[in-house]
Design a protein around this ligand. Structure first.
Ligand code: LMR
Length: 416
């Protein structure tokens, strides 16, 4: 029988590094293995941590037995949830407060932060047609994929100064000043930059906002760690709120994720907020309407259960206080582990400087380890991190931090 050729024209694409690494970690039978790959919170026992406030809320919801809980929502998603998500991001009064400011924002529910980034990219590709999107070098690898799929040409601005392991503010500003053009999109990490853990300080954010406004660039914020990074939802939203409040003639948008700050990774809770300038609030409903058109053609509406949990928490003062407590637990454990790794490396007199580990912010540390050293950590010690040297600090614990430090000490001394 003659073979029948396929009609497809497909070539393999490289697997997603983060999830491929996670799969390899799970498949590894070695009892000493350590996962410093995917950015998920883990307890000191290396276990997932459903937030106590989420577990409490799940019980309340189960008792309420709402018959609507499995029904469709509107295409834009769970509307009360969207109001709460917006208020959390922009720092608005709940209820009828801050009416004028709220009128600038068009919000829709998305499939978590990735979905918000994707929907935003698609929306801008259709309706703004930017010539270029500027991503930080490095950035979360999925940003590259998302904008590639949206068909917008990508360029990078310098972000990381390898020699000093610090934020390359001058490099970033210089590129935006000299190369970015009116209408270009600039992707910014609202806090806890992924993968470097290096954020601009407030003065630097003010300068970034100024260049965006003056050069008519379009800021696109990715906010995946609000409250998780510093423990304070206000502090972690500072940059977004500064741009919003101080540059009211500028349009911008925010992709908001609830995966990390509520520990709702698999529920895919997110929102996309398009911010009109203060003179263009009349287009807000048309923006929502067009976003709904894209949503309907792709997934009809975002999923329900996670938004119901978040909504319940954000409308109850006691639960809000519990949530803030949980954020403190997560952010302080990460800070403690940064310090513990740093202390161990100093104690071992591991060659090099390690201050960056305690100075970086959020889930990740950009360790400065080379791809060969990263490979040796996996091959010889069963320690998994990204080949860029990004380590998810949450995978460290009191039990494994000495082992990890010794392994790093070995590869630093023996492998280039
Ligand atoms: C990460 O960067 O590890 C996380 O944000 C998970 C993901 O979706 O990539």
């Amino acid at each position: 029988m003659a073979p029948v050729p396929t009609r497809l024209n497909v070539a393999p694409v490289p697997p997603d590094e983060i999830f491929a690494l996670n799969g390899a970690y799970f498949a590894d039978p070695n009892p000493q293995k350590v996962s410093l790959g995917v950015g998920v919170y883990r307890t000191d026992d290396g276990k997932p941590w459903p937030l106590p406030v989420v577990e409490k809320t799940e019980k309340v919801l189960a008792a309420e037995n709402d018959l609507m809980r499995h029904e469709y929502t509107a295409i834009e998603g769970d509307v009360p949830f969207l109001g709460l998500a917006r208020d959390l991001m922009f720092g608005f009064e709940s209820g009828d407060g801050d009416k004028e400011a709220k009128a600038r924002i068009a919000s829709v529910q998305t499939v978590a932060g990735t979905g918000a980034n994707h929907l935003g990219a698609l929306f801008l590709a259709h309706h703004m047609k930017p010539r270029t999107v500027w991503l930080s070098n490095p950035s979360w690898a999925n940003h590259m994929t998302i904008w590639e799929l949206a068909g917008v040409p990508r360029k990078t601005y310098p972000y990381y100064h390898a020699a000093t392991r610090s934020f390359d503010f001058d490099g970033m500003m210089n590129t935006l000043e000299t190369e970015a053009e009116e209408g270009d999109v600039v992707l910014l990490h609202a806090c806890a930059h992924n993968p470097t853990g290096l954020d601009p300080n407030k003065e630097q954010w003010i300068a970034i906002a100024e260049v965006c406004e003056r050069k008519k660039l379009f800021p696109f914020f990715d906010s995946a760690y609000q409250g998780f990074a510093s423990g304070s939802v206000e502090e972690d939203a500072w940059a977004v709120r500064y741009f919003f409040n101080n540059k009211p003639d500028m349009e911008m948008c925010v992709a908001q994720s609830f995966s990390k700050n509520f520990g709702l990774y698999g529920q895919r809770v997110g929102a996309f907020h398009y911010v009109t300038n203060r003179s263009a609030t009349s287009i807000r409903d048309i923006v929502v309407n067009n976003l709904c058109h894209l949503i309907r053609g792709e997934f009809s509406m975002g999923p329900r259960i996670g938004t119901t949990i978040v909504k319940k928490i954000l409308t109850n003062d006691e639960l809000i206080a519990d949530w803030h407590q949980d954020l403190q637990v997560m952010s302080s454990r990460i800070k403690t582990m940064r310090q513990a790794l740093y202390d161990e490396l100093v104690r071992l007199q591991t060659p090099g400087t390690w201050e960056h580990i305690i100075e970086q912010n959020g889930m990740f540390s950009y360790t400065g380890l080379t791809p060969k050293q990263v490979y040796a950590l996996k091959d010889q010690y069963h320690i998994y991190l990204l080949k860029s040297g990004r380590a998810s600090i949450s995978g460290l614990s009191e039990k494994n931090v000495k082992y990890v430090a010794q392994a790093i000490d070995y590869v630093i001394r023996n492998i280039l």
